[in-house]
Design a protein around this ligand. Structure first.
Ligand code: UVW
Length: 335
């Protein structure tokens, strides 16, 4: 039995099963993994993560702060350069051991499907309620603060579902920075089609679509002191209000979108918009299609350019952290 009476127009709710939590990741199966492996010619790997303490500060998003590392502690002792001789004079070992306060979406990250939901009249009774992908009810099934004691641990749709699926397969880089330059530009469907043609990017169902805009490279140049006004003028962002672009995402069969910018889409909605993040709404909420942000794609772009191709094998599992709403990730491209 479905979790809903009415599903949002243009959604795929129910298509992968009533209780599905994987959404479009269901389209990555053995064939897509083999297709990814088949692209490997050089046996070379590239890291697609920023250092996780970038962008630096909390100006890009005041809610999110850089990671804070500190030593583990026991009986008043801090375990950094800790000589076990302090406990037993016979021992010569020295131990260092740490913990971290980590905002899961501060830097290179995955959004889980529990990251953005919507108010929607899922029971078709005229009363909108908070709901996530596939009709999973926000307060009852996904994040029930009453049950979880106020924590943010998702019972459904957390990142661990992505981690256990594997997150490996064929990926295609669309180098928007190469086609359009690195000034801010809002990209609609026609622009994206032009970029696919111009770069020869051949997107297939089950692919990870990777968007390089030049944003993460600017962050690296800013070296921990981001100039937010300059970043606001940097790089392409998708136009989540372009219905033709959203329809292309639906029809293309892509499994996920990974961008080097902050939100994938234009974060400034037009006057009167009822959604601030319409691309997140379409992808996370309607299609169960994960988004990834702040990936570092410059080295990969150079390497693929030299090889004259756009496809590669991507391996990018999030942390298997039960209930997390997003996750840092260290994606690896194999070319
Ligand atoms: C929001 O700020 C809602 O999210 P994201 O980092 O996914 O753009």
């Amino acid at each position: 039995m479905m979790n809903w009476t009415k599903r949002p127009e243009g959604s795929n709710w129910g298509d992968f099963g009533a209780d599905d939590e994987l959404g479009r990741l269901n389209l990555i199966g053995p064939e897509q993994v083999r297709a990814g492996l088949a692209t490997v010619t050089e046996g070379r790997t590239l890291c697609l993560s920023l250092p996780l303490d970038l962008p630096g500060g909390n100006l890009l998003n005041p809610r999110r702060h850089p990671p804070r590392l500190s030593p583990t502690e026991l009986d008043g002792a801090q375990y950094v350069n800790f000589p076990l001789a302090n406990l037993d004079p016979a021992l010569r070992d020295v131990i260092s051991d740490d913990r971290v306060i980590l905002y899961t979406q501060y830097s290179t990250q995955w959004d889980s499907l529990a990251h953005v939901g919507a108010m929607f009249d899922v029971d078709d009774n005229g009363v909108p309620e908070k709901v996530y992908y596939n009709g999973h009810r926000a307060d009852r099934d996904v994040l029930a603060p009453a049950k979880t004691g106020g924590s943010s641990r998702a019972e459904r749709l957390g990142v661990e579902t992505m981690a256990t699926h594997g997150m490996q397969g064929r990926a295609v880089l669309v180098d928007l920075a190469k086609v359009f330059g690195t000034n801010r530009r809002v990209i609609d469907r026609d622009d994206l089609m032009h970029a696919l043609d111009a770069t020869g990017a051949d997107i297939r169902p089950g692919d990870f679509m990777m968007l390089r805009t030049g944003f993460a490279e600017r962050i690296v140049e800013m070296n921990g002191a981001p100039d937010v006004e300059a970043l606001d003028r940097t790089g392409a962002v998708l136009d989540g209000h372009d219905l033709a672009l959203l329809q292309w995402i639906t029809d293309s069969g892509i499994a996920a979108i990974c961008a080097d910018n902050y939100a994938v889409e234009n974060p400034d909605p037009p006057l009167g918009a009822t959604l601030k993040l319409p691309l997140h709404h379409h992808c996370l909420f309607k299609l169960g299609l994960p988004l990834a942000e702040l990936w570092y794609l410059a080295d990969l772009a150079k390497a693929l350019d030299a090889l004259g191709r756009c496809d590669f094998l991507l391996t990018a599992p999030p942390l298997r952290l039960p209930g997390a709403l997003g996750s840092p990730v260290t994606p690896i491209a194999t070319i």
